[in-house]
Design a protein around this ligand. Sequence first.
Ligand code: 5GP
Length: 183
Amino acid sequence: MPPIADYKTILHEVLIPEERLQARITELGQSISRDYEGRDLLLVCILRGGILFLTDLMRKISIPHAVDFMAVSSYGAGARTSGGLVKIVMDLQTDIRGRHVLLVEDIVDTGHTISRVLDFLHIREPAQVDVCTLLDKHERREVQVPITYTGFQIPDKFVFGYGLDLDEYWRNLPFVAVAKTGV
Ligand code: 5GP
C-alpha cells in the first residue's frame, strides 16, 4: 500500500506528546542506571518498533552497556493485531550466557511476542532477562509476562508514531498518536 501523504489525515489525537515521552524516558534511564550499577548490561531491542525508544533510552543510561537486536514477526492474525504464531526472524549476534539482558520493546499488547522472546532467550542461560516496554496495553493481555520497566499504560487503541508503524509508515513521528478508526 502506498504511504498516506500527510499523517494528519489519519490522526485522531496525539496520545503522548514528545515532551512527556522524553521526560519519562529520562526517568527510565535513571532507574536502569541505578538498578544495573556494577552489572554488565546488554540492551536487546526488538525490531522494528523499538528503535526510537532504544536510541533515546540508551542516551539516558549513564552506565556502560552493549546493544544487540532481534526481529520477530507474527503470523495467523491481522496485520494490525498480534497474538498469532510469533517467529524469530533475526537472531542476536551476542552470546548472552551469563549476561544481564534488558529487552527494549515498543509495546506489550497480548503479551505473546515478549513471552515467546523470553522463552527463546532463557534457553541460553543468561544471568537475568528483564523487560522494559515503552507502552503497555494491559487490558489486552492474554499471557502474563513480567515487565520491570513501563513507560506508559495506554488504553486499547491502535497507536502509531515514535517507532510504531501505521502500515509500515510514520514510525518517525516524535510522539505517540491514535489513528482514526477505520483507517
Ligand atoms: P503482542 O504480541 O504483545 O500482542 O504485540 C506486540 C507487538 O504487536 C508489538 O511489538 C507491535 O509490533 C504490535 N502492536 C500491538 N499493538 C500495536 C499498536 O497499537 N500499534 C502498532 N503500530 N503496533 C502494535
